[in-house]
Design a protein around this ligand. Sequence first.
Ligand SMILES: Cc1cc2nc3c(=O)[nH]c(=O)nc-3n(C[C@H](O)[C@H](O)[C@H](O)COP(=O)(O)OP(=O)(O)OC[C@H]3O[C@@H](n4cnc5c(N)ncnc54)[C@H](O)[C@@H]3O)c2cc1C
Length: 339
Amino acid sequence: MVAEVLVVGGGVSGLACARALAAAGRSVRILDRARGVGGRCATHRLLDMPFDMGVGFLHGQDEGFLSEVRASTERRIEGWPRRVEGSGRPCQPEAFRSGEKRIALADGVRTFPKHLAQGLEVRTAARVERLVLAAGGAGVILEGGEEVRARHLVFALAADQALRLLEGTPDLPRPLAAVRALLDTSSSEPSLAVCAAYPEGTAPPPWDAWYPEGSHVLQYLGNESSKRQPASFVGLVLQAHPGWSRQHLDDPAWPEALLAEAARVAGEWAGHPVAHHAHRWRFARSDLASELAGPILVRLPSGGSVGFCGDRFAPGGGVEAAWVSGRELGRRLAAPEVS
Ligand SMILES: Cc1cc2nc3c(=O)[nH]c(=O)nc-3n(C[C@H](O)[C@H](O)[C@H](O)COP(=O)(O)OP(=O)(O)OC[C@H]3O[C@@H](n4cnc5c(N)ncnc54)[C@H](O)[C@@H]3O)c2cc1C
């Protein structure tokens, strides 16, 4: 059966959009290239402990967003990080503005998107390669050549990923060519990240999060074990500054360089984990200077529509913006005049 709405991207924005549509009785299907949902709300298990290797904690002020986060689990730590060291620039400075609520999830931040995905039709391992336009709607071509169609299509992706898909489509109608030009006005920041597990007996650090001011390499050290209840060993997530990450994206030695910098900044012990896992985020955060006020929905000349949501499509960026923009786009698409 052809779904009314096809959402490309099962991160927080795509899931929030699909939930709003499903709540309004619309049929909706989600495609994601990964093995599970969540996108950059990502938790990796290392030696059986969850490590948040993308966003480390959730934060925001929107009441709807906060109550959805709280509904996702009772195992949460309100106010985390409480013990914050260093005066370096956080990845998302809004996290520490007044009135902002901060919440860590004891079983990992991916608990939130997994909660949002409940009851939704999600197809994973489905990488979209390009958009196709046809009379009465739109569709996508998946890796391997399969075509999936719908009346309405939503791109819930990092803005650069949405741009790449539009660039791969020849002869875009004018409204979509205009969106392509708009998306081309910014670029996302990369982030190189390492999850590190330390030997039994390592003393837990006296901070939850550290933003070192004296490093051009390390932006954030997150004390993962202080979120886990209980934690059997000390675990850190190390995230590099966007500028350093950009320079070292294709350097195979970057994980060792990040660990060496952790040893310099936090002490020798931090450079010698018993196990580690490295992850390269090409598009970690959208460039805050170019955020948009809301999601975009364009009608196609041939019928149907194409929408765009994600962390660039609401003020403030980050997970809250992804959720807010997704919900807003879902509500617009569910309106009776968009059929
Ligand atoms: C290291 C790091 C630190 C961060 N720190 C913070 C922070 O402190 N505070 C904060 O609020 N936010 C932070 N963020 C950003 C936050 O995680 C994102 O803004 C948010 O999760 C974006 O959600 P989204 O749904 O817009 O996009 P995503 O989560 O990227 O979801 C997009 C989905 O689309 C899928 N996809 C991509 N291309 C295709 C394709 N071609 N076909 C099919 N599927 C595709 C992906 O697999 C993914 O699941 C951080 C991110 C990273 C990586």
